[in-house]
Write a new protein. Structure first.
Lengths: 250, 153
């Protein structure tokens, strides 16, 4: 490539990425613990109960961050997968693969907490409405992505094939988001939108945002840690790996 | 053209095509993706009368009464335009109350009564402490009074 002069390309060099990620992870981990601590305390103790649902609404402080994260991470995974596929940047391929398990975990948690919330409020754990069904599809897309990646031995072919699956699956994300808007669903509409003021008390909103940030910090820390390990494995014969591992040992 | 640009075009073109296809499919299935029908749909006779379906709407104010056996409940589901009488035999969810959203599963009987086998409560996207809800109610009452007052003179 002739445009090697661009500075930020440096961070796509494996050794630089490895070092930078190693330095960042402790910070994100510390922020995760702090924000989850504050958020959970505010959600369970400080925030008032709801006028309709009483205390069962407090599941929102887990449910909404996990659902958002599941959706955000899918888009992020697809973007990395596309960058990896088009520009053949190894770090992007690794990031896409590293995001998948965390995204799947969050999606599963969103479905699980949603069921626990649905039983006391709606009266049922599960219904096949558009929101719930499209969210279940998101979980299957994550699982399919991981399965496809694992099923192909050749690294490059595995990355390419699963990248296509990841990109195709992106159409599901706007469907999830707008499902409550487009169709009659049992699930209620969005409380928080870009264009309008949130339809929830300020203290509840602030608490929710703290939990959302905590979920972000957790995701960054875990995904970077996973990407580092993946990188070491792929580059195990490279000089920089030997250099660093020997340095750690000595 | 470089290989990289070719891949970019291929991916962009593929995704654009996929988006169009998805849009068309969703548009075609629009009516089949509804989770419940509204009372107006029943009035317009676009619901599958012969099989089980769901209706949704608000529980009409003042329409709920319980049968003598204590577990049979009669109420009306309204979308503010049309109201449909519903009869249900069983335990209602906690959030079931007048003026609240509800989805009932069952079928339409002769005489236009909807016989429900299952009733689910719907809640809206508003969350607030009970005191705030109380304050809003009070403000609405007082607002109504101040508006009504001049006319009373």
């Amino acid at each position: 490539m002739s445009e090697r002069g661009i500075q930020w390309f440096r961070f796509t060099a494996p050794a630089n990425f490895y070092d930078l990620a190693g330095r960042l992870i402790p910070w994100f981990a510390a922020l995760t613990v702090a924000l989850f601590g504050v958020g959970l305390y505010m959600g369970l103790v400080v925030a008032p109960s709801d006028y309709q649902q009483g205390d069962s609404y407090r599941i929102i402080y887990i449910h909404v961050p996990t659902a958002w994260m599941g959706m955000f991470l899918y888009v992020l995974m697809a973007v990395y997968a596309a960058i990896g596929l088009i520009w053949r940047i190894k770090i992007a391929e690794i990031m896409a693969k590293s995001i998948a398990p965390t995204g799947a975990l969050f999606t599963f948690l969103a479905l699980w907490t949603g069921a626990l919330w649905g039983r006391p409020t709606w009266g049922v754990f599960w219904v096949w409405d558009a929101r719930l069904t499209s969210m279940l599809l998101l979980l299957f897309l994550y699982l399919g992505y991981m399965a496809l990646h694992a099923a192909i031995d050749d690294r490059q072919r595995a990355s390419n094939a699963s990248a296509v699956l990841a990109m195709v699956g992106v159409v599901n994300v706007p469907i999830i988001y707008f499902s409550v808007h487009w169709w009659n669903t049992l699930h209620q509409g969005a409380s928080i939108t870009v264009t309008e003021a949130p339809t929830m008390a300020m203290i509840m909103f602030v608490t929710l945002m703290i939990m959302v940030l905590a979920a972000w910090m957790y995701s960054i820390a875990v995904v970077l840690a996973r990407a580092r390990v993946e990188l070491l494995e792929r580059e195990r014969t490279a000089h920089w790996v030997r250099e660093r591992l020997e340095g750690e040992r000595g | 053209m470089k290989k990289r640009q070719k891949r970019l075009l291929l991916v962009a073109g593929g995704l654009a095509g996929l988006a169009v296809v998805t849009g068309l499919v969703l548009n075609a299935f629009r009516d089949n993706l509804v989770f419940f029908y509204t009372p107006s749909d029943i009035a317009a006779e676009i619901v599958p009368m012969e099989r089980t379906f769901r209706i949704g709407g608000l529980v009409e104010d003042g329409s709920v009464y319980r049968g003598e056996d204590g577990v049979t409940v009669h109420f009306r589901v309204t979308d503010t335009a049309v109201a449909v009488p519903v009869v249900y035999h069983g335990i209602l969810p906690n959030l079931f109350r007048e003026g609240q959203g509800v989805v009932a599963v069952g079928s339409l009987q002769d005489g236009g009564v909807f016989k429900a086998n299952q009733v689910m409560a719907r809640h809206d996207e508003t969350y607030m402490p009970p005191e705030a809800a109380e304050a809003i109610k009070r403000a609405q009452r007082e607002g109504a009074r101040t508006v009504a007052h001049p006319e009373g003179y």
